[in-house]
Design a protein around this ligand. Structure first.
Ligand code: ACM
Length: 279
């Protein structure tokens, strides 16, 4: 079912610094890449956004059972059906999309997030903190965390389990991120609430795009918890989707709110850190 909401948004009264931020949440079917891409195409075509965030490994599913399976679903970033569809949507919508994919590069396979725009791929991130059997399937990320300008906002990426390592979000904030795009396939219950803290402690917007559904493969079963959400720099949940809800939600945000790091006249969320004493 496709559900589309525009929250907080009267386009005519739109703040010139604002951005339409979209999250897509759905139940990807394992290994059915073409069917998954078709569904996502329909969902995104019906939405209006400047930046959309899709789940981790959104086109392939997550619960792999062998290295061969991972290899057969991997694609080079920018080539292959997954990137091609996303690049085509970015052009048609004049928008940017962050999406998760099984990335093949230099003989290795990574769990990656790609930031694509109308003129091609503009940034990539390879998951630094691999969860559970991902350690069997993927090489750990080998790229520095980075921040990229998109529609006047500075966007950083991290993937799912990276939430459990606060250094990830902190590093993106220190590098100037206004928005942390967070493609996810969440199986543990704590992340949606933890991301309120990641947003608050760093003074950034957080956009977690999770999936729904259950995968049962190779004697294992994972149920994904949905609850994709946008949290503002003050830790307030702007929206949180249901556990089983599928669709796209869009909200208008002002990314520049993330540049106000002052807590009160004496305190600043980044400047008051004492890194000299942290090592
Ligand atoms: C996860 O990192 N996909 C749980």
């Amino acid at each position: 079912m496709l559900i589309l909401f525009l929250e907080g948004g009267n386009l005519r009264g739109r703040n010139p610094f604002s951005m339409q931020l979209a999250l897509l949440q759905y139940d990807a079917k394992f290994g059915q890449k073409i069917e998954n891409l078709d569904r996502v195409e329909v969902m995104l075509t019906g939405a209006s956004f400047d930046l959309a965030v899709l789940p981790e490994l959104f086109a392939t599913g997550y619960l792999f059972t062998s290295k061969n399976e991972v290899a057969s679903l991997a694609e080079e970033a920018g080539k292959g059906p997954t990137s091609q569809l996303i690049l085509q949507l970015c052009k048609a919508k004049k928008a940017h999309i962050v999406f998760g994919m099984v990335e093949r590069a230099q003989g290795r396979v990574y769990n990656s997030a790609i930031l694509a725009g109308p003129r091609g791929i503009v940034a990539r991130y390879r998951k630094l903190h691999l969860f559970y059997e991902e350690k069997r399937w993927f090489s750990p990320g080998n790229l520095p965390l980075s921040v990229t300008n998109v529609h006047g906002a500075r966007v950083g990426m991290m993937i799912c389990f990276d939430w459990r390592f606060p250094e990830t979000a902190r590093t993106l904030a220190v590098k100037g991120a206004d928005i942390i795009a967070h493609p996810s396939n969440l199986v543990l219950p704590h992340c949606p609430d933890a991301m309120m803290t990641r947003a608050l402690e760093n003074g950034v917007f957080v956009a977690t795009a999770d999936r729904t559904g259950t995968e049962t493969r190779g004697g294992k079963s994972f149920t994904y918890i949905g609850q994709s959400e946008v949290v503002d720099p003050f830790g307030k949940i702007l929206f949180r989707m249901g556990r089983e809800e599928e669709g796209v939600r869009v909200i208008e945000i002002d990314p520049k709110l993330a540049r106000k790091k002052r807590i009160n006249r004496y305190n600043d969320v980044l400047k008051d850190r004492r890194p000299r004493f942290y090592s």
